[in-house]
Design a protein around this ligand. Structure first.
Ligand code: HEM
Length: 198
């Protein structure tokens, strides 16, 4: 495959790294939301109760605080990686869609790609704004980034947006993956291999 028909190595690495990070952020977001607000405070946590890794803390905290801080710290890091990906996408024209795509496939694929970029940015930005207007602010792996402004109304606006964007992102993500599966197993074309490192 020539270089005009496949993605750059950087684009491919960013695609898979961010895809798996977003899946992990969904799992963490759903998991932490179920944790009780008045849970016991501890200094040692068996991470996700898997028996694989014990997280030692300096100060006792509830499981909810630990996983919220982890979600916020990972999400804040992911924001910068996503912004770099957007910069890379703008500065490196991607290969054209395969000539074999129908007009409808072109519309769905292009629409899904644009929506994915929009939502990839909207997710962490709404999360950061929710955190800014919360009581707690943002500590990036323990390092203070900003204090919370404690405005419940604005916090709720961005909390609702974060949840709405998550639902839309999940729906578009499913369409995107179903498309990739169709091209791999039904059309048996190059779609998936040009987004893979050889
Ligand atoms: C691509 C990045 C991100 C993804 C995919 C993501 C995903 C999610 C999901 C699925 C939830 C659960 C929503 C629900 O209960 O319906 C959630 C909740 C939450 N997220 Fe994120 N998130 C991201 C980035 C961030 C960032 C950067 C922050 C803050 C710095 C953040 C802060 C929060 C908070 C505080 C909640 C809990 C809301 C509540 O129940 O009070 N998120 N996130």
């Amino acid at each position: 495959m020539s270089s005009t028909q496949r993605y750059t190595k950087v684009a491919i690495i960013l695609h898979w790294l961010i895809a798996f990070a977003i899946i992990a952020m969904f799992a963490l977001g759903w998991y932490m939301g179920e944790l009780p607000k008045d849970g016991p405070k501890q200094t040692a946590f068996d991470l996700f109760d898997l028996g694989l890794y014990t997280w030692q803390m300096d100060e006792p905290s509830s499981a909810r605080t630990l996983y919220f801080n982890l979600h916020k710290s990972l999400g804040f890091s992911l924001l910068w990686l996503i912004l770099f990906r957007v910069y890379w996408r703008i500065s490196h024209t991607p290969p054209a869609l395969l000539a074999s795509y129908s007009a409808l496939e072109r519309k769905v694929a292009t629409g899904a790609h644009h929506l994915l970029y929009l939502l990839m940015v909207a997710m962490p930005v709404s999360g950061v704004l929710m955190t800014l207007y919360s009581k707690f602010g943002l500590k990036w792996f323990g390092l203070e980034v900003f204090a919370g402004l404690d405005n419940a109304d604005l916090r709720d606006v961005f909390k609702e947006s974060h949840e709405l964007f998550a639902n839309i992102l999940l729906a578009v993500f499913i369409v995107h993956v179903l498309g990739a599966i169709k091209h791999r197993f039904i059309d048996k074309d190059e779609t998936l291999s040009r987004m893979s490192l050889k």
